[in-house]
Design a protein. Structure first.
Length: 105
């Protein structure tokens, strides 16, 4: 399962209502949307509706809809799923002029 959490380090709160698209890379088609969601009051999306399979995935965070003056209005995080039975939780921490990301638990 692929999940995500977004934290706003400037406000010290979860980043709510951020639209996020989940894409899968297919060699013959390029990036194909396989799921989407909006972060909840805890900054989480716990289900994109995908059935994960091994492959290269990308989460597209629409930061501009959360912070209109965002220096990074859109953030793409690309990662590989090797074992679809393992959880893949992607953490994103926003700051005014930067961001960090890592695989969480």
């Amino acid at each position: 399962m692929i999940t995500t959490h977004v934290q706003d380090s400037n406000r010290g709160t979860p980043a709510t209502r951020i639209p996020i698209e989940l894409d899968l890379f297919e060699a013959s088609k390029g990036w194909v949307e396989v799921g989407h969601g909006i972060t909840n009051t805890e900054g989480d999306i716990e289900d994109f509706g995908e059935h994960p399979a091994p492959g290269i995935y990308r989460l597209m965070y629409d930061v501009a809809s959360y912070q209109t003056d965002a220096f990074f209005p859109s953030i793409a995080v690309t990662f590989e799923v090797r074992d679809p039975h393992e959880p893949h939780h992607i953490e994103l921490v926003l700051s005014p002029f930067g961001y960090s990301t890592h695989r969480g638990v």
